[in-house]
Structures are given as structure tokens and as C-alpha cells.
Write a protein that binds this ligand. Structure first.
Ligand SMILES: Nc1ncnc2c1ncn2[C@@H]1O[C@H](COP(=O)(O)OP(=O)(O)OP(=O)(O)O)[C@@H](O)[C@H]1O
Ligand SMILES: [Mg+2]
Length: 139
């Protein structure tokens, strides 16, 4: 399959609309296939990315994402980094609690995304925006 994109380079996508969230899902799926993730793991990482992209849009006021194939010498995987310059998250432990929401959602996006990936890192704080990095490895 040819995708017309150079997967040796990070792929950037803006997140400014619902359509962009769909584009993020498609991009992550394409890169996960290229990294040879199983169908189940593709779906897990796409689901996590969808939740994080929606948070970037809704709470972060929009932002962007970079999707990269990574290789640690043993495995290939997909790394996805979301960044926004929104209000940030003052209490990260609270935000990661199942059911906690400030927006009338289910409060399962962040906590669920964390469970669906192998590595999950957040850099955030009140007034400093939010950067979320997730990695899923092929097994
Ligand atoms: N990028 C972000 N910037 C600022 N706050 C955020 C960001 N992402 C998440 N949050 C905060 O963390 C809370 C929990 O996020 P989470 O995705 O778990 O739940 P939700 O988006 O409220 O509901 P759901 O994702 O289940 O529809 C959000 O309600 C919001 O307060
Ligand atoms: Mg959410």
C-alpha cells in the first residue's frame, strides 16, 4: 500500500476541528500498520489517540500532534505527541481519576488512554499548556 507520506519522518497534524480529529485517527492507523502493530493494538492506539486529540481540541483550545515510528533496537512502535497551549491541568492525579471531568464527559479519556498504551507521559500545569506523549510497541 502506498500512502504518499514519508513514514521515516514525524508526521504533523493540526487539531483545530472535528475533521482534524478524524485525520489524527487515520494518520495513527496508517503509522500503526507501518510499524506492524497487531490489529488489536492498532485499534487500542487509535482509540487512545482519538481521546487525546479530542481533549486537545476541547480543553486545550486546539493544538497539534506528531506521529512517529520509533525503534528501540528490539521493537518497532508508534509514538504520538499531543501539544496545546491551553490552560493546562492543575491537578493531574485528579484528571487521571476514572470519572473525573470538568466538561460533562465521562471522565474516561485520559485514564482510558493510559491503559491502552505502553508508555504515557504528561507535561502540564496551570497556565503552561499540556503535552501528552504516548507510545505503543509492536509485540
Ligand atoms: N489538554 C487538556 N488541557 C486542559 N485540561 C485537560 C486536557 N485534557 C484533559 N483535561 C482535563 O482533564 C479532565 C479529564 O479528561 P478526560 O479525557 O479523562 O475526561 P473528559 O474529556 O472530561 O471526558 P471523556 O474523555 O470521557 O469524554 C478533563 O475534564 C479536563 O478537565
Ligand atoms: Mg476526554
Amino acid at each position: 500500500m502506498t500512502t504518499g507520506i514519508d513514514l521515516s519522518q514525524p508526521q504533523a497534524q493540526a487539531i483545530r476541528s472535528d475533521e482534524d480529529v478524524v485525520r489524527v485517527r487515520q494518520l495513527v492507523r496508517t503509522v500503526a500498520v507501518a510499524a506492524k502493530l497487531s490489529l488489536v493494538d492498532q485499534t487500542k492506539v487509535v482509540t487512545a489517540a482519538s481521546e487525546l486529540a479530542r481533549n486537545t481540541l476541547v480543553y486545550g483550545g486546539g493544538g497539534g500532534v506528531e506521529v512517529t515510528i520509533v525503534d528501540n533496537g528490539r521493537r518497532r512502535g508508534v509514538r504520538i505527541v499531543f501539544a496545546d497551549s491551553g490552560p493546562g491541568i492543575a491537578d493531574l492525579d485528579l484528571a487521571l481519576t476514572d470519572g473525573y471531568t470538568t466538561g460533562g464527559g465521562l471522565g474516561l479519556g485520559l485514564s482510558g488512554a493510559r491503559r491502552l498504551v505502553d508508555e504515557f507521559d504528561i507535561d502540564t500545569g496551570a497556565g503552561k499548556g499540556t503535552r501528552v506523549s504516548v507510545t505503543k510497541w509492536a509485540r
